[in-house]
Ligand binder design. Sequence first.
Ligand code: HEC
Length: 102
Amino acid sequence: MSPFRLDLAALALLAPCAALAEDAPAVPASVSTCVSCHAADGNPLVAGVPILAGQREDYLQSALKSYRSGYRKGGMADVMEIYAKELSDSDIEEIAKWFSAN
Ligand code: HEC
């Protein structure tokens, strides 16, 4: 994805929120179960949990789909499989947009 398209995604996310609140934009509901480990902005304080902030949107989508299908194994993948199994395709799109724009 080009930097231009990323900027558009960030604007699309932030613009409606800016009208509602001057603080940080509201965290989408699909992200709420991820916050305890990855933090709302994708910069976790927990050791061993990967940073998601600023990661490419297409990579986040493929990582989540690989955990959901059980294809991605090893390391702490079993933990992620539990959470990814609860996600729909549209949840994954929303989550990937959120963290890539942070
Ligand atoms: C209990 C803690 C925990 C929760 C809750 C959690 N994760 Fe994770 N996540 C991890 C750990 C640990 C890893 C590393 C897994 C591995 O070794 O593959 C990870 C890996 C990932 C990765 C892959 C990162 C990369 O660089 O490849 C993504 C994407 C991700 N998580 C997204 C999410 C999302 C989205 C949610 C919520 C639906 C979530 N996680 C909930 C702990 C958690």
